[in-house]
Design a binder for this molecule. Structure first.
Ligand code: SPQ
Length: 429
């Protein structure tokens, strides 16, 4: 537990943030690098606790991975060279590691068991375990494989034609990795497009994969070839600074090298609709992913409705959007976001509890929340939620609070943004 006391900003925020590497892309780079043949160099990878869970898992399966001057160097020897780990794999707080690795481990010819922290141990795994079992996977665990700890007896999988019942990139990615090892072809269809980093990166590593409309097809291929990866800045981390500038009067921030993949940029559309002064200063494509520099200037904000296909494009940004909405005139309604109830914590309830305790006027609904702006905020004592995004949201809220805010546990922030407070202090001029 790391207690952190935060004082109101009492001044505008100005300067430049170099956004840390994208968490989703970093996980995928480690996984694909580790199962490919050859050396994969991952530049600007996210050096955080969650990513290190994925790195450690492959090290325990015999893959040489080292951090050499901020480049992650993975010496892949191919899928067949992976070895049975001698100990249970510990995935900490990382849902992405767990769900993606389940897809891979299910098709490898050995036994593994996996466990995690208190938060991860409560998150549902049947969304991946059920379709994996249909592919022939042998998986068991608490609640018949729905909850960690889970054990996997790797087996021969067969392809599946599957329509995702939940809007989840983790489920899609898990099944694509399983499909890579499975006999025949695996076809995954989603109603609403979720982040597509796995599809892009699998293609770059030589997988036989293609997407048409909302269906992705992958065919068994045991040999992938190493490919260099440049990880763009994480738009989900940038979102906290976009919010800070949006709510602290007089602020102007530049966010360098932010990932701009269209499946992730819902936050930019929302900020634009709410009336912030947001500009994309530059844009370029690197290794199949778009990145760019953003500039945001504080202005008056307006409440809006966020729902439907927009939700997967900003699912992780909803806590910070809720904070922004407390400073917007009128009502903001968020719908179709029931997935938030099964993240690191129930993020609908946690956001409502934290912001209410700080003086905001909002209520939870089954699949979202209704936020009535604009309300002044006061400080408060924020209990531990074991959720990085709730902790960072409260830290940004503290900037405009009337008095001190205490985070009883700031340590979850290390899962995705270890330098968060350093970066925040650097723009408090
Ligand atoms: O890894 P974890 O803990 O699941 O991470 C979160 C986050 O807030 O960082 C969710 F809690 O992001 C998920 C995201 O919500 C990362 C992710 C991915 O990399 O594929 C996809 C989303 O989850 P889902 O369940 O919608 O597939």
């Amino acid at each position: 537990m790391k207690r952190q006391t935060l004082k109101p900003a009492n001044r505008k925020l100005t300067g430049t943030i170099h956004v840390p590497g994208d968490k989703s892309i970093s996980h995928r780079a480690v996984i694909l690098g580790a199962i490919s043949e050859g050396r994969t160099e991952v530049k600007h990878f996210l050096n955080s606790e969650d990513i290190m869970r994925t790195v450690k898992a492959f090290q325990e399966m015999g893959v040489a991975i080292k951090n050499s001057r901020d480049v992650l160097v993975i010496e892949g020897k191919g899928i067949e060279a992976l070895e049975e780990p001698l100990h249970p794999l510990y995935f900490g707080n990382s849902g992405t590691t767990t769900r993606l690795m389940l897809g891979l481990l299910a098709g490898l010819p050995f036994f593994t068991s996996i466990h995690g922290d208190d938060s991860l141990t409560k998150r549902p795994m049947n969304r991946v375990v059920d379709p994996l079992k249909k592919m022939g996977a042998k998986i068991d665990g608490r609640d018949y494989g729905n909850l960690l700890p889970i054990s996997i007896r790797g087996s021969v999988l067969k392809g599946i034609d599957y329509k995702l019942p939940v809007k989840s990139a983790q489920v899609k990615s898990c099944l694509l990795l399983a499909g890579l090892l499975a006999e025949g072809t695996t076809k995954i269809t989603e109603d609403t497009l979720t982040r597509n980093h796995s599809e892009k990166m699998l293609k770059a590593f030589g997988a036989d994969i293609h997407t048409e409309n909302n269906t992705t097809t992958i065919t068994n291929k045991n040999k992938l070839t190493a490919s260099p990866v440049f990880v763009p800045g994480d738009i989900s981390s940038a979102a906290f600074f976009l919010a800070a500038a949006a709510i602290v009067p007089g602020s102007r921030l530049v966010l360098k090298n932010t990932g701009l993949n269209k499946t992730r940029t819902g936050i930019l559309d929302v900020l634009d609709e709410m009336g912030t002064g947001l500009e994309i200063l530059s844009e370029e494509e690197t290794g199949g992913e778009w990145t760019g520099d953003l500039q945001i200037t504080h202005t008056e904000l307006q409440g809006i409705t966020i729902e439907g296909e927009m939700i997967p494009r900003l699912i992780d940004e909803i806590p910070i959007i809720a904070l922004i909405a407390t400073q917007a005139e009128g009502t903001t309604i968020i719908r179709d976001a029931e997935e938030l109830r099964v993240k690191e914590t129930d993020r609908i309830q946690a956001v409502v509890d934290v912001l209410t305790s700080m003086g905001a006027n909002l209520e939870a609904t089954a699949d979202g929340m209704v936020i009535h702006g604009k309300t002044p905020l006061k400080g408060g004592i924020i209990p531990p939620y074991n959720d990085h995004r709730i902790a960072m949201m409260a830290a940004i809220a503290s900037l405009i609070a009337k008095d001190e805010t205490v985070l009883e546990d700031a340590s979850p922030i290390n899962t995705s943004y270890p330098d968060f407070f350093r970066d925040l202090n650097s723009v408090m001029n």
